[in-house]
Design a binder for this molecule. Structure first.
Ligand code: ADP
Length: 886
């Protein structure tokens, strides 16, 4: 690459020099040619004008001479007779003329050739060269031609006689200085020293004393020209002859190496020649200088041009080189791009393929999801469709079983119906659980629970089953197991009961079932618990073991009929354990028995004692309201609850339930629990709960009863104030369990929520017409260190209230039946009065007739509570504490 570049540069350099040389030589040649041409042109022009210029000057000279002749004539005519009287007079006249015409001499010549000047007489007529006796007209001659002091003599014949001497004067002449004569002709060197004008005699003597503009060494022009070298077409003889014969002409020659061109013209009236000389050498030199200048600047210009061209060439060369490099780079990039493009196209193609496949997969997934949704929807509705009639079956079965009139034989049938129904229900529950797990709807709770209570409940159930079946059951706890843990109590219980249930199911009479619990590790506030469930049952074959936890898998299809199982239990169990991040393992030997090991990690609880347990719930203390539009469901629920000693009331609609709960609320005897069916016409369970909560606050637990899956409405239901859900058909155990949970949660909240007022020093207005009752009440209030004003009827109560400022009374205890104005009317008027506290003052109705209608009416009158007589002091105190502002 580098050598190539050097080569190119060398070529450029040599090329540049050659071009420059061509330009220089060309320029010089052109300059030379231009110079020759210019010289030629100048000479042509010179010759053209030389003749003209010489002619002009000749005219001036001949005019001068003729003027002088005229002057002489004029002077002669001015001469008077007096001037001729004598010499003296004549000399005076001569002097005058001499001065007038600027003459060197003004003289007369007599017949004898004697010259009469203004200063005396001379006899040197020979010097003047005139024939004074024969002169007939004006004549011009030169005196002292051979010397430097040449003068021009102009003579004229005259005929006068000097009177004093009687001498005849035949000729007059005047002598003029040569310089004076030639003035105005510009004979001398010109400023530019290129043109010279002169006058010569025909013999070549210069009147102005210089020959060839002062160049010639000779005094005579013709003599000088004899030494010149003539240009083509000119000759010395030609000049000589022309001069001799008084002919005008032109001659070009080289004298002493200098080129000159001379034009000559005869001066009229004389034998002189006027010459005009052009010194061409000077012009040529000047032209040469100009030409040299031109050439030099041309060379400089050429050099600059070459340099500029060279620079441009170099720039272009560099540019080209860069372009070439760019081109190469671009080609390389193009090639790379091409490769990339191809790669990209390949990638795009693969991606498209992938996307197609993805689309197929996504479609398949959509279809699968659709199918799954359909399955979930189907399971959900199936569960409802089956549960609803099951509800009736189990309900009616229960009612019939409890009917004392039912014969024993029928009771046997009814018992079988009942257990079949229960089995069916378990199956539905399993299917629902499975669908919940699959749809991701199953969530784990994270709550503190009593581990001992969990084991107790499990043991109670399983030991009962074992006893029924004639099996031995043991439960051992090893290691440090705490009373409380945090986790999902219900799910853990479901897992253990499932496995233990299987153990019971698949162990024949006389066998043994055992549960061993061990804490195998504790780390960072977490405990790992291991549950080992063993049985001496039929065992599981090696072939079936790997499929054990699959859905709907059973070792032997006869199991279903024989043991009443679905094959879902262990699948659900495994899912739940895995959700808890635990493990489940199994070891089994056919006909020997099986061992299931479940390991789960639970969070430790700070709580360790059992005493702090929330007040124990005694079923007999509970009052429950069951709300269901289905009368059979209501009846069944009532029966189930009463079987475990819980008293229950029923309402056939949400509206009725609200009404009943409100009455209880006002009577200060709320339900502990309200069980509300979810699906009801007009007002569903969630809406009923929302309205109930508005009236009764959180004083009752509300549990929704449903045959549907509730996962989808869970959030909305919880927001409405629902505490929990229980599946239909109803079992007392499940209700109690959920109620306990709800109560546990509610208790601390309830304690915090209502800040009870201190009754000490508070003032009430008591309206009571029966004196004994009034006294008992006053004593009661006094025992709580309360102040009380007594009114004997409604009107008096109203007046007392109005007479005192707002806030004077903290509450009003109002008997309903009073003379003058009853309690209802008084309450109404108090609430309607203009006083500031009129709307807010609590009024508590006291009445013997605790019929619902009374309560209804007092509620409508805006009373806050309704207590029935005889008044229970504790209830009154509680009511006052909650109604009076703290
Ligand atoms: P189900 O018990 O409802 O049929 P499971 O998933 O709980 O469903 O059990 C699946 C199968 O596993 C049972 O049908 C049974 O064949 C076998 N199996 C489970 N536990 C035991 C056990 N302790 N002893 C023997 N076989 C068992």
């Amino acid at each position: 690459m580098d050598t190539k570049r050097r080569k190119t540069l060398a070529v450029a350099f040599v090329g540049g020099i050659i071009v420059m040389m061509i330009l220089v030589v060309g320029t010089i040649f052109m300059g030379q040619r231009a110079r020759n041409n210019t010289e030629q042109a100048v000479r042509s022009v010179s010759l053209l004008y030389l003749d003209e210029l010489a002619g002009r000057r000749e005219q001036v000279v001949s005019k001068n001479l003729s003027n002088r002749i005229t002057d002489l004539d004029t002077a002669l005519q001015l001469m008077t007779e007096e001037d001729l009287q004598d010499k003296t007079h004549m000399e005076a006249y001569q002097t005058q003329m001499k001065r007038l015409f600027k003459l060197k001499k003004f003289a007369f010549v007599d017949e004898s050739g004697l010259i009469y000047t203004s200063t005396g007489m001379q006899n040197d007529i020979d010097q003047y060269g005139f024939d004074y006796n024969s002169i007939s007209g004006p004549e011009i001659s030169i005196k002292n031609l051979d010397t430097a002091e040449k003068t021009v003599i102009i003579a004229m014949p005259t005929d006068q006689t000097l009177l004093s001497t009687q001498k005849r004067l035949v000729m007059a002449f005047m002598e003029i200085d040569m310089n004076e004569m030639l003035s105005g002709v510009s004979m001398g060197n010109q400023d530019n020293k290129t043109t010279f004008s002169n006058i010569y005699t025909k013999t070549g003597i210069a009147l102005s004393n210089t020959v060839l503009g002062g160049l010639a060494m000779e005094d005579n022009l013709l003599e000088a020209l004899g030494h010149a070298v003539y240009e083509k077409g000119y000759s010395y003889d030609q000049v000589k002859n022309d001069f001799a014969e008084g002919r005008k002409g032109v001659v070009s020659f080289v004298y002493e190496g200098i080129q000159e061109t001379l034009s000559y013209v005869p001066v009229e009236g004389t034998d002189w020649m006027l010459t005009y000389l052009i010194r061409e050498s000077v012009i040529t030199n000047q032209i040469g200088a100009i030409s040299e200048d031109i050439i030099n600047s041309s060379i400089l210009q050429s050099a600059l041009t070459v340099i500029a061209l060279l620079s441009i060439f170099l720039i272009l060369f560099a540019q080209t080189k860069r372009n070439t490099q760019l081109q190469i780079d671009m080609e390389k990039a193009d090639a790379a791009n091409q490769a990339k493009q191809e790669e990209l196209e390949e990638k795009t193609r693969l991606q498209e393929q992938l996307m197609e496949q993805q689309q197929i997969l996504s479609d398949a997934l959509d279809a699968a999801e659709q199918a799954n949704k359909a399955k979930t929807a189907f399971l959900s509705s199936m569960s409802h469709e089956i549960r609803t009639p099951m509800n009736a079956i189990i309900g009616l079965d229960n009612i019939a079983m409890n009917d004392p009139e039912t014969p024993e034989k029928i009771k046997g049938y009814l018992g079988k119906i009942g257990s079949s129904a229960e089995h069916l229900l378990n199956l539905i529950n399993d299917i629902l659980d499975m669908s919940r797990i699959e749809s991701g709807h199953m969530v784990l709770r994270n709550e503190e629970f009593s581990f001992s209570k969990l084991l107790e409940a499990i043991n109670t159930l399983i030991s009962g089953q074992c006893a029924d079946k004639g099996l031995e059951y043991h439960c051992h706890i090893q290691g440090q197991v705490d009373d409380y843990y945090i986790g999902d109590n219900m799910k853990l219980r479901q897992v253990l009961i499932n496995i233990l249930g299987n153990a019971v199911k698949f162990t024949p009479q006389g066998g043994r079932v055992a549960l061993e619990v061990d804490r195998i590790a504790e780390l960072e506030n977490h405990s790992t618990l291991q549950f080992r469930i063993s049985d001496t049952g039929i065992g599981i074959s090696k072939e079936f073991l790997p499929k054990l936890f699959d859905s709907f898998s059973q070792e032997d299809s006869s199991t279903t009929s024989k043991y009443g199982s679905s094959g879902l239990g262990l699948a659900i169990t495994k899912h739940i354990v895995e959700m808890m991040n635990g493990t489940i393992e199994v070891e089994s030997e056919k006909d020997k028995g099986s061992v299931f090991t479940v390991t789960v990690t639970l969070m430790n609880s700070s709580r360790c004692d059992q005493e702090e347990e929330i007040e124990e719930i005694h079923p007999s203390d509970l009052s429950v309201l069951v709300v269901d539009d289905d009368p059979i469901a209501c009846e069944h629920a009532k029966l189930v609850l009463e079987n475990v000693g819980i008293s229950a009331e029923t309402a056939a609609s949400g509206q009725e339930a609200i009404h009943m709960a409100q009455l209880r609320h006002v009577r200060r005897d709320p339900y502990n629990l309200i069980l509300v069916d979810w699906k009801m016409p007009e007002m569903d369970g969630v809406e009923t709960t929302r309205r109930l909560r508005e009236i009764i606050g959180r004083e009752s637990a509300i549990i929704i009863l449903t045959a549907y899956r509730w996962d989808d409405v869970l959030d909305e239901a919880l927001a409405a104030g629902v505490d929990s859900f229980v599946a239909k058909p109803l079992f007392a155990g499940a209700v109690l369990e959920e109620f306990r949970e709800a109560w546990k949660k509610k208790a601390p909240a309830a304690k915090n929520a209502s800040i009870e007022a201190d009754l000490t020093g508070r003032r009430v207005l008591l309206a009571e017409d029966v004196q004994v009752n009034a006294e008992i009440m006053l004593m009661l209030l006094d025992s709580w260190q309360m102040k009380a004003d007594l009114a004997h009827d409604g009107a008096e109560a109203l007046k007392l209230y109005q007479d005192h400022p707002a806030g004077y009374y903290d509450a009003i205890l109002m008997d309903m039946r009073m003379p003058v104005m009853d309690g209802l009317e008084a309450s109404r008027q108090i609430h309607a009065s203009q006083k500031e506290d009129a709307a807010g003052i609590p009024i508590i109705a006291l009445t013997a007739n605790a019929f619902d209608e009374d309560v209804q009416r007092s509620m409508q009158a805006g009373l806050n509570a309704h207590l029935s007589k005889p008044i229970q002091p504790e209830l009154l105190s509680k009511t006052l504490k909650s109604l009076i502002k703290a």
